[in-house]
Design a binder for this molecule. Sequence first.
Ligand code: KG4
Ligand code: ZN
Length: 345
Amino acid sequence: MISNKPRPFQPVNSLILGIESSCDDTAAAVLKNGNQLLSNITYSQIELHQPFGGVVPELAARDHLRQIVPVIEKSLQEARVNFSDLTAVAATRGPGLIGSLLCGLQAGKALAYAFQLPFVGIHHHFAHISASFYCNPPPTFPFLCLVVSGGHTSLSIVSNFDSIQIIGNTRDDAVGEAFDKIAKVLGFPYPGGKYIEQNAKDGNIKTYQFPKSMPQKNTLDFSYSGLKTAAINLLKNSAITFNKTDFCAGIQHALVEQLLRKTLLALEKYHLSRLVIVGGVACNQYLRDTITYEVKKLSSRNEVFIPEKKLCTDNGAMVAMAGFIQLSRGIQHDFSIDAKAYLPL
Ligand code: KG4
Ligand code: ZN
Protein backbone atom coordinates (compact mmCIF):
# COMPACT_ATOMS: atom_id res chain seq x y z
CA MET A 1 0.00 0.00 0.00
CA ILE A 2 1.43 3.38 -1.00
CA SER A 3 1.20 6.22 1.49
CA ASN A 4 2.57 9.75 1.22
CA LYS A 5 1.47 10.89 4.70
CA PRO A 6 -0.95 13.64 3.57
CA ARG A 7 -1.48 16.75 5.62
CA PRO A 8 -4.67 16.80 7.72
CA PHE A 9 -7.65 18.51 6.05
CA GLN A 10 -8.77 21.93 7.34
CA PRO A 11 -12.18 23.19 6.06
CA VAL A 12 -11.12 26.80 6.71
CA ASN A 13 -9.00 28.17 3.85
CA SER A 14 -9.51 24.92 1.94
CA LEU A 15 -9.04 24.69 -1.81
CA ILE A 16 -10.35 21.40 -3.21
CA LEU A 17 -9.91 20.04 -6.71
CA GLY A 18 -12.90 17.86 -7.70
CA ILE A 19 -12.56 15.45 -10.64
CA GLU A 20 -15.39 13.61 -12.43
CA SER A 21 -14.95 11.08 -15.27
CA SER A 22 -17.51 8.33 -14.60
CA CYS A 23 -19.16 8.35 -18.04
CA ASP A 24 -18.67 10.67 -21.02
CA ASP A 25 -17.79 14.00 -19.37
CA THR A 26 -14.25 14.86 -18.30
CA ALA A 27 -14.72 17.48 -15.60
CA ALA A 28 -12.74 19.33 -12.94
CA ALA A 29 -13.57 22.16 -10.55
CA VAL A 30 -11.94 24.14 -7.77
CA LEU A 31 -13.92 24.91 -4.61
CA LYS A 32 -12.73 27.39 -2.00
CA ASN A 33 -13.81 27.09 1.64
CA GLY A 34 -16.72 24.83 0.71
CA ASN A 35 -18.76 27.71 -0.67
CA GLN A 36 -16.92 29.58 -3.44
CA LEU A 37 -16.82 27.77 -6.76
CA LEU A 38 -13.74 29.22 -8.49
CA SER A 39 -13.99 27.14 -11.66
CA ASN A 40 -16.05 24.35 -13.17
CA ILE A 41 -14.70 22.93 -16.44
CA THR A 42 -16.40 20.18 -18.44
CA TYR A 43 -15.20 18.59 -21.64
CA SER A 44 -18.10 16.68 -23.20
CA GLN A 45 -17.50 13.64 -25.42
CA ILE A 46 -21.00 13.83 -26.92
CA GLU A 47 -19.77 14.39 -30.51
CA LEU A 48 -17.46 11.37 -30.26
CA HIS A 49 -20.29 9.03 -29.28
CA GLN A 50 -23.10 10.58 -31.36
CA PRO A 51 -22.53 8.40 -34.48
CA PHE A 52 -23.05 5.31 -32.29
CA GLY A 53 -26.24 6.58 -30.61
CA GLY A 54 -24.81 5.95 -27.13
CA VAL A 55 -21.60 5.93 -25.11
CA VAL A 56 -18.92 3.50 -26.36
CA PRO A 57 -16.95 2.60 -23.19
CA GLU A 58 -13.57 1.98 -24.88
CA LEU A 59 -13.72 5.26 -26.81
CA ALA A 60 -14.82 7.08 -23.66
CA ALA A 61 -11.83 5.81 -21.66
CA ARG A 62 -9.36 6.78 -24.41
CA ASP A 63 -10.81 10.27 -24.68
CA HIS A 64 -10.74 10.79 -20.90
CA LEU A 65 -7.07 9.87 -21.04
CA ARG A 66 -6.46 12.61 -23.64
CA GLN A 67 -8.56 15.23 -21.85
CA ILE A 68 -7.99 14.70 -18.14
CA VAL A 69 -4.75 16.69 -17.80
CA PRO A 70 -5.87 19.67 -20.00
CA VAL A 71 -9.22 19.82 -18.16
CA ILE A 72 -7.56 19.81 -14.73
CA GLU A 73 -5.04 22.44 -15.87
CA LYS A 74 -7.85 24.62 -17.24
CA SER A 75 -9.79 24.35 -13.97
CA LEU A 76 -6.76 25.61 -12.06
CA GLN A 77 -6.07 28.39 -14.59
CA GLU A 78 -9.64 29.63 -14.43
CA ALA A 79 -9.55 29.51 -10.63
CA ARG A 80 -6.24 31.42 -10.79
CA VAL A 81 -4.51 28.96 -8.48
CA ASN A 82 -1.48 26.68 -8.75
CA PHE A 83 -1.23 22.99 -7.93
CA SER A 84 0.75 23.94 -4.82
CA ASP A 85 -2.20 26.08 -3.57
CA LEU A 86 -4.55 23.07 -3.40
CA THR A 87 -5.32 21.64 0.04
CA ALA A 88 -7.16 18.44 -1.03
CA VAL A 89 -8.25 16.35 -4.02
CA ALA A 90 -11.55 14.48 -4.55
CA ALA A 91 -12.36 12.21 -7.49
CA THR A 92 -15.30 10.02 -8.45
CA ARG A 93 -14.56 6.34 -7.78
CA GLY A 94 -17.83 4.74 -8.92
CA PRO A 95 -20.30 3.63 -10.03
CA GLY A 96 -19.73 4.15 -13.76
CA LEU A 97 -17.73 2.89 -16.73
CA ILE A 98 -14.60 1.32 -15.33
CA GLY A 99 -12.16 2.65 -17.95
CA SER A 100 -13.61 6.16 -17.63
CA LEU A 101 -13.55 6.11 -13.83
CA LEU A 102 -9.93 4.95 -13.74
CA CYS A 103 -8.71 8.03 -15.67
CA GLY A 104 -10.09 10.60 -13.26
CA LEU A 105 -9.43 8.57 -10.13
CA GLN A 106 -5.82 7.80 -11.02
CA ALA A 107 -5.18 11.43 -12.01
CA GLY A 108 -6.60 12.58 -8.67
CA LYS A 109 -4.58 10.08 -6.68
CA ALA A 110 -1.39 10.97 -8.58
CA LEU A 111 -1.85 14.67 -7.84
CA ALA A 112 -2.63 14.05 -4.19
CA TYR A 113 0.45 11.83 -3.94
CA ALA A 114 2.73 14.33 -5.65
CA PHE A 115 1.59 17.29 -3.57
CA GLN A 116 1.03 15.33 -0.33
CA LEU A 117 -2.62 16.27 -0.17
CA PRO A 118 -5.54 14.54 1.56
CA PHE A 119 -7.51 12.47 -0.97
CA VAL A 120 -11.08 11.20 -0.97
CA GLY A 121 -12.83 8.95 -3.48
CA ILE A 122 -16.44 9.94 -4.14
CA HIS A 123 -19.59 7.97 -4.94
CA HIS A 124 -21.14 9.45 -8.11
CA HIS A 125 -24.64 9.38 -6.62
CA PHE A 126 -23.41 11.15 -3.47
CA ALA A 127 -21.78 13.77 -5.69
CA HIS A 128 -25.10 14.48 -7.44
CA ILE A 129 -26.79 14.88 -4.02
CA SER A 130 -23.95 17.18 -2.90
CA ALA A 131 -24.69 19.54 -5.83
CA SER A 132 -27.78 20.65 -3.86
CA PHE A 133 -25.47 22.34 -1.33
CA TYR A 134 -24.73 24.98 -3.96
CA CYS A 135 -28.38 26.09 -3.65
CA ASN A 136 -28.87 29.34 -1.79
CA PRO A 137 -30.03 28.64 0.89
CA PRO A 138 -28.89 24.99 0.93
CA PRO A 139 -31.29 22.26 2.09
CA THR A 140 -31.34 21.27 5.75
CA PHE A 141 -31.80 17.70 7.02
CA PRO A 142 -33.85 15.63 6.68
CA PHE A 143 -34.80 15.82 3.03
CA LEU A 144 -36.19 13.60 0.31
CA CYS A 145 -33.82 13.32 -2.65
CA LEU A 146 -34.97 12.49 -6.14
CA VAL A 147 -32.03 11.52 -8.37
CA VAL A 148 -32.90 11.57 -12.07
CA SER A 149 -30.08 10.88 -14.50
CA GLY A 150 -29.11 8.70 -17.43
CA GLY A 151 -28.15 5.88 -15.07
CA HIS A 152 -30.29 6.42 -11.97
CA THR A 153 -33.85 7.05 -10.93
CA SER A 154 -34.17 6.88 -7.17
CA LEU A 155 -35.80 8.37 -4.11
CA SER A 156 -33.85 8.47 -0.87
CA ILE A 157 -34.28 9.93 2.59
CA VAL A 158 -31.19 11.91 3.52
CA SER A 159 -31.34 12.21 7.32
CA ASN A 160 -27.69 13.25 7.58
CA PHE A 161 -24.52 12.43 5.67
CA ASP A 162 -24.21 9.08 7.45
CA SER A 163 -27.74 8.05 6.71
CA ILE A 164 -28.98 7.95 3.14
CA GLN A 165 -31.79 5.44 2.88
CA ILE A 166 -32.93 4.47 -0.60
CA ILE A 167 -36.72 4.05 -0.56
CA GLY A 168 -37.38 3.79 -4.29
CA ASN A 169 -35.33 2.67 -7.24
CA THR A 170 -35.82 1.95 -10.91
CA ARG A 171 -36.73 -1.63 -11.71
CA ASP A 172 -35.52 -1.32 -15.29
CA ASP A 173 -34.56 1.76 -17.32
CA ALA A 174 -33.58 5.04 -15.70
CA VAL A 175 -35.75 8.01 -16.68
CA GLY A 176 -32.89 9.63 -18.64
CA GLU A 177 -32.37 6.38 -20.51
CA ALA A 178 -36.08 6.33 -21.42
CA PHE A 179 -35.87 9.95 -22.66
CA ASP A 180 -32.79 9.09 -24.74
CA LYS A 181 -34.13 5.86 -26.25
CA ILE A 182 -37.41 7.49 -27.30
CA ALA A 183 -35.47 10.47 -28.66
CA LYS A 184 -33.34 8.10 -30.75
CA VAL A 185 -36.43 6.65 -32.45
CA LEU A 186 -37.61 10.23 -33.06
CA GLY A 187 -34.31 10.81 -34.89
CA PHE A 188 -32.74 13.20 -32.36
CA PRO A 189 -28.98 13.10 -31.68
CA TYR A 190 -27.67 11.36 -28.54
CA PRO A 191 -28.37 12.15 -25.71
CA GLY A 192 -31.82 13.21 -26.81
CA GLY A 193 -33.55 14.19 -23.54
CA LYS A 194 -33.07 17.89 -24.16
CA TYR A 195 -34.39 17.63 -27.75
CA ILE A 196 -37.63 16.10 -26.47
CA GLU A 197 -37.94 19.09 -24.15
CA GLN A 198 -37.18 21.59 -26.96
CA ASN A 199 -39.68 19.95 -29.33
CA ALA A 200 -42.36 19.69 -26.62
CA LYS A 201 -42.75 23.47 -26.36
CA ASP A 202 -46.34 24.51 -27.17
CA GLY A 203 -47.34 20.86 -27.68
CA ASN A 204 -50.64 19.43 -26.47
CA ILE A 205 -50.10 16.75 -23.79
CA LYS A 206 -53.52 15.22 -24.50
CA THR A 207 -53.15 14.39 -28.21
CA TYR A 208 -51.39 11.08 -27.57
CA GLN A 209 -52.37 8.70 -24.77
CA PHE A 210 -49.66 6.92 -22.81
CA PRO A 211 -50.29 4.22 -20.19
CA LYS A 212 -50.09 5.24 -16.52
CA SER A 213 -46.79 3.64 -15.49
CA MET A 214 -46.23 1.99 -12.08
CA PRO A 215 -49.73 2.82 -10.80
CA GLN A 216 -49.30 0.74 -7.61
CA LYS A 217 -49.46 2.93 -4.49
CA ASN A 218 -47.65 0.38 -2.31
CA THR A 219 -44.22 0.90 -3.91
CA LEU A 220 -41.96 3.87 -4.46
CA ASP A 221 -40.04 2.03 -7.16
CA PHE A 222 -40.00 3.33 -10.72
CA SER A 223 -40.35 1.55 -14.03
CA TYR A 224 -39.86 3.11 -17.44
CA SER A 225 -39.54 0.20 -19.82
CA GLY A 226 -43.33 -0.12 -20.34
CA LEU A 227 -43.72 3.58 -21.11
CA LYS A 228 -40.68 3.48 -23.39
CA THR A 229 -42.04 0.49 -25.35
CA ALA A 230 -45.52 2.07 -25.61
CA ALA A 231 -43.98 5.28 -26.94
CA ILE A 232 -41.75 3.49 -29.46
CA ASN A 233 -44.67 1.31 -30.67
CA LEU A 234 -46.84 4.38 -31.07
CA LEU A 235 -44.09 6.02 -33.12
CA LYS A 236 -43.61 2.99 -35.34
CA ASN A 237 -47.36 2.68 -36.00
CA SER A 238 -48.05 6.38 -36.38
CA ALA A 239 -49.75 7.84 -39.43
CA ILE A 240 -48.46 10.55 -41.80
CA THR A 241 -50.37 13.11 -39.74
CA PHE A 242 -48.05 12.43 -36.79
CA ASN A 243 -47.48 15.57 -34.73
CA LYS A 244 -43.97 15.58 -33.28
CA THR A 245 -44.59 18.53 -30.96
CA ASP A 246 -47.65 16.94 -29.38
CA PHE A 247 -45.88 13.59 -29.12
CA CYS A 248 -42.87 15.15 -27.32
CA ALA A 249 -45.17 17.10 -24.99
CA GLY A 250 -47.17 13.95 -24.22
CA ILE A 251 -44.24 11.64 -23.55
CA GLN A 252 -42.40 14.28 -21.51
CA HIS A 253 -45.55 14.71 -19.41
CA ALA A 254 -45.91 10.94 -18.95
CA LEU A 255 -42.25 10.49 -17.92
CA VAL A 256 -42.41 13.37 -15.44
CA GLU A 257 -45.85 12.30 -14.13
CA GLN A 258 -44.45 9.05 -12.70
CA LEU A 259 -41.62 10.94 -10.98
CA LEU A 260 -44.10 13.43 -9.55
CA ARG A 261 -46.58 10.80 -8.33
CA LYS A 262 -43.91 8.75 -6.52
CA THR A 263 -42.31 11.88 -5.05
CA LEU A 264 -45.62 13.15 -3.61
CA LEU A 265 -46.31 9.67 -2.21
CA ALA A 266 -42.87 9.59 -0.53
CA LEU A 267 -43.21 13.10 0.96
CA GLU A 268 -46.55 12.14 2.52
CA LYS A 269 -45.53 8.66 3.64
CA TYR A 270 -42.38 9.84 5.42
CA HIS A 271 -43.75 13.23 6.58
CA LEU A 272 -40.98 15.16 4.84
CA SER A 273 -41.25 18.80 3.85
CA ARG A 274 -38.02 19.30 1.88
CA LEU A 275 -37.33 17.90 -1.58
CA VAL A 276 -34.01 17.95 -3.43
CA ILE A 277 -33.90 17.07 -7.15
CA VAL A 278 -30.55 16.33 -8.80
CA GLY A 279 -29.11 14.59 -11.88
CA GLY A 280 -29.06 15.45 -15.58
CA VAL A 281 -32.82 15.08 -16.16
CA ALA A 282 -33.32 17.84 -13.55
CA CYS A 283 -32.23 20.22 -16.36
CA ASN A 284 -35.71 19.67 -17.80
CA GLN A 285 -37.69 22.86 -17.16
CA TYR A 286 -41.06 21.11 -17.39
CA LEU A 287 -39.93 18.72 -14.64
CA ARG A 288 -38.56 21.59 -12.50
CA ASP A 289 -41.75 23.66 -12.83
CA THR A 290 -44.27 20.82 -12.52
CA ILE A 291 -42.73 19.12 -9.49
CA THR A 292 -42.02 22.42 -7.69
CA TYR A 293 -45.60 23.60 -8.26
CA GLU A 294 -47.24 20.33 -7.13
CA VAL A 295 -44.98 19.85 -4.09
CA LYS A 296 -45.75 23.37 -2.88
CA LYS A 297 -49.45 22.82 -3.62
CA LEU A 298 -49.36 19.76 -1.36
CA SER A 299 -48.31 22.04 1.51
CA SER A 300 -47.19 25.66 1.51
CA ARG A 301 -44.55 24.63 4.09
CA ASN A 302 -42.83 22.41 1.56
CA GLU A 303 -39.52 23.53 0.06
CA VAL A 304 -37.90 22.39 -3.19
CA PHE A 305 -34.16 22.62 -3.89
CA ILE A 306 -32.89 22.09 -7.45
CA PRO A 307 -29.31 23.11 -8.35
CA GLU A 308 -28.80 25.39 -11.35
CA LYS A 309 -28.82 23.43 -14.60
CA LYS A 310 -25.06 23.28 -15.16
CA LEU A 311 -24.72 21.58 -11.75
CA CYS A 312 -27.37 18.95 -12.57
CA THR A 313 -25.52 17.14 -15.37
CA ASP A 314 -22.20 15.46 -14.53
CA ASN A 315 -19.65 18.05 -13.40
CA GLY A 316 -16.56 18.56 -11.25
CA ALA A 317 -18.23 21.05 -8.89
CA MET A 318 -20.46 18.39 -7.36
CA VAL A 319 -17.42 16.17 -6.73
CA ALA A 320 -15.51 19.06 -5.14
CA MET A 321 -18.53 19.76 -2.85
CA ALA A 322 -18.85 16.05 -1.99
CA GLY A 323 -15.12 16.06 -1.23
CA PHE A 324 -15.49 19.07 1.06
CA ILE A 325 -18.34 17.35 2.92
CA GLN A 326 -16.52 14.04 3.35
CA LEU A 327 -13.12 15.51 4.22
CA SER A 328 -14.73 17.87 6.77
CA ARG A 329 -16.23 14.77 8.40
CA GLY A 330 -12.76 13.21 8.63
CA ILE A 331 -13.19 10.80 5.73
CA GLN A 332 -10.02 10.29 3.67
CA HIS A 333 -8.77 7.44 1.51
CA ASP A 334 -5.32 6.08 0.96
CA PHE A 335 -4.02 5.33 -2.50
CA SER A 336 -5.12 1.71 -2.48
CA ILE A 337 -8.69 2.90 -3.18
CA ASP A 338 -9.88 1.50 -6.49
CA ALA A 339 -12.51 2.42 -9.10
CA LYS A 340 -15.71 0.37 -8.97
CA ALA A 341 -18.19 -0.06 -11.83
CA TYR A 342 -20.82 -1.14 -9.27
CA LEU A 343 -20.75 0.60 -5.93
CA PRO A 344 -23.54 0.67 -3.35
CA LEU A 345 -24.19 4.08 -1.79
O1 KG4 B 1 -26.48 13.14 -14.68
P1 KG4 B 1 -26.16 13.00 -16.12
O2 KG4 B 1 -25.41 14.13 -16.78
O3 KG4 B 1 -25.32 11.70 -16.39
C1 KG4 B 1 -25.57 10.50 -15.72
O4 KG4 B 1 -25.06 10.31 -14.59
O5 KG4 B 1 -26.33 9.70 -16.30
O6 KG4 B 1 -27.55 12.75 -16.88
C2 KG4 B 1 -27.61 12.59 -18.27
C3 KG4 B 1 -29.06 12.40 -18.66
C4 KG4 B 1 -29.25 11.99 -20.12
O7 KG4 B 1 -30.14 10.91 -20.17
C5 KG4 B 1 -29.85 13.24 -20.76
O8 KG4 B 1 -30.67 13.01 -21.88
C6 KG4 B 1 -30.66 13.79 -19.60
O9 KG4 B 1 -29.81 13.63 -18.49
N1 KG4 B 1 -31.04 15.19 -19.82
C7 KG4 B 1 -32.31 15.59 -20.02
C8 KG4 B 1 -32.26 16.99 -20.23
N2 KG4 B 1 -30.95 17.39 -20.13
C9 KG4 B 1 -30.22 16.26 -19.87
N3 KG4 B 1 -33.46 14.90 -20.04
C10 KG4 B 1 -34.59 15.59 -20.27
N4 KG4 B 1 -34.63 16.93 -20.48
C11 KG4 B 1 -33.49 17.67 -20.47
N5 KG4 B 1 -33.51 18.99 -20.67
ZN1 ZN C 1 -24.47 11.51 -13.21
